[in-house]
Design a protein around this ligand. Structure first.
Ligand code: ZN
Length: 498
């Protein structure tokens, strides 16, 4: 859809250095909105969760939500920020239908948290991302454009507005420009958002669902000539809604901007839209300057002055953060950096952790999640956590194998049953009759039949080629549909032939 000229990615890097910056909005999971008591539940009938305050009716007065302030401070602390001892909300004035008050209550020159950092790792290298600020504001409502093909305003014949989202607490986390990422800029941007999402999830202050918009990302990018002293004009790609899109949007803008600069033209300072389908960006509106918003301190709210003791208490009760947890688990499970990276890339860290917590040895938990289960998720085209099997069930499966009730091959059949919704592993073993056979009449008959059916193999074994036994073991396993224990079968064959 895009007619943009693009420079080959590797070629971009021969002439330009990328500078990325990220602004991330996190919708907090508080029960009520930022300045009123309205519910924040997602998916309710449009305009059923509103009141005079969040609709901006004359005379309505806001009161700040303490839980939202606490959540913002906890995010700030987790990012190593300084927490302001005194700060104010500010009005960001602009007219847009989804903003009923005619201004957004935000923070301007007095953010709640400043000067933090987050270290992210890409291909074994650590990049420090400086956090400029973490501030608290309110979300806007949602416009719905009706009649157009794409849901966008172009071609629509009318628009509807849902104010249920208006006033939901929103935390904005702004990085300083991140230099030095070079060719890895797209991956660094993605790694940063991934790590930030993990942190916010660990803090339990938001469900961080990018697809529902509770975590949204704006990606800033500019280029400078290699060795040049000044950074070029930046563009801001708005509301990039998946981790993969963060990476793709950086890559695309690098290639597009390089082509513009190569032609001797200027980059226009503007917001751009990212298109999931093509991986391209298109021009949005020209970017406003802060002065366009006529910020001024919010007169209807008292300043925020977090008590030192309160902040100290919040700092002391932060949960173990993802980076520390990874270090601890690597040690406990005896994993190399590469093995930990595999676990993370597969999205299996929590699953393996929960499986270990349910009693499975780490090596077995990893084997099942990264092996058989990863294969099945891949075949089904879903992510690992979406498989219909719980860590508790995997731990039970591992336990059944360890106890000799089933072997690995039978365990795979047990998984078929669990994934088909037939119940827990032990129940599937019972209902499908999958337990390993003891030295039963059935097994004796199968062993005798294997010997009788392959006189040539028997002759080889008895002639000294003991490894030929394998063929007979295989035959027995086949007749018993994998339910025999291979070691038992081998011993029975040896008793009869050697
Ligand atoms: Zn309200």
């Amino acid at each position: 859809m895009s007619a943009d000229k693009l420079v080959d990615y590797d070629e971009v890097l021969t002439r330009y250095e990328p500078l990325i910056g990220l602004e991330t909005h996190v919708e907090l999971g508080t029960a009520s909105k930022m300045f009123c008591g309205c519910s924040t539940v997602f998916g309710a009938e449009p305009n059923t969760q509103t009141c005079p305050v969040c609709l901006g009716l004359p005379g309505a007065l806001p009161v700040a939500n303490e839980a939202a302030i606490e959540a913002t401070i906890r995010i700030g602390l987790a990012l190593g920020c300084r927490i302001a001892t005194w700060c104010r909300f500010a009005r960001k004035n602009y007219f847009y239908p989804d903003i009923p008050k005619g201004f957004q209550t935000s923070q301007y020159d007095e953010p709640l948290c400043t000067a933090g950092h987050l270290d992210v790792e890409v291909d074994g290298e650590t990049y420090r991302v400086e956090i400029e600020r973490v501030h608290l504001e309110e979300d806007t409502g949602k416009n719905l454009h009706v009649g157009g093909a794409t849901g966008r305003i172009h071609g629509a014949d009318h628009s509807l507005v849902d104010y249920n989202r208006a006033g939901i607490p929103l935390v904005e986390i702004v990085t300083r420009p991140i230099p030095g990422a070079g060719a890895k800029a797209p991956e660094v941007a993605r790694a940063y958002v991934t790590e930030l999402r993990e942190i916010v999830k660990t803090l339990g202050v938001s469900d961080v669902k990018m697809e529902q918009g509770s975590l949204r990302c704006d990606v800033n990018l500019s280029l400078a000539p290699v060795g040049g002293l000044e950074w070029g004009t930046r563009t801001e790609t708005k509301n990039v809604n998946s981790l993969r899109s963060v990476e793709r949007s950086v890559r695309y803008e690098m290639r597009r901007q390089a082509a513009v600069l190569d032609d001797g033209l200027r980059i226009v300072q503007e917001t751009r839209h990212f298109h999931e389908d093509t991986g391209s960006t298109s021009s949005g509106r020209s970017k406003e300057e802060a002065t366009d918003y006529r910020y001024f301190p919010e007169p209807d709210l008292v300043p925020l002055a977090p008590d030192e003791e309160w902040v100290a208490k919040l700092a002391a009760t932060l949960p173990e953060l993802p980076a520390a947890r990874r270090v601890r688990l690597s040690e406990e499970w005896g994993l190399s950096a590469t093995e930990m990276a595999w676990l993370l890339n597969a999205g299996a860290l929590d699953l393996v952790g929960d499986t270990v917590a349910a009693g499975a040895p780490p090596a077995d938990a990893r084997k099942w999640w990264l092996g058989e289960l990863a294969r099945r998720a891949n075949d089904a085209g879903v992510e690992l956590p979406e498989l219909a099997v719980t860590p508790g069930q995997v731990a039970e499966l591992v336990g059944l194998v360890a106890a000799g009730t089933i072997n690995d091959q039978l365990a795979r059949q047990v998984l078929d049953g669990v994934l088909a919704g037939e119940g827990d592993p032990a129940a599937v073993v019972e209902s499908r009759g999958l337990a390993v056979m003891g030295e039963s009449d059935e097994l004796v008959a199968a062993v005798d039949a294997a010997i009788a059916g392959a006189p040539d193999v028997v002759a080889k074994v008895q002639g000294g080629k003991v490894q030929a036994l394998g063929a007979l073991v295989g035959a027995v396993m086949k007749t018993t549909r994998g339910k025999a224990d291979a070691a038992t079968v081998k011993r029975m064959l040896e008793e009869r032939l050697l």
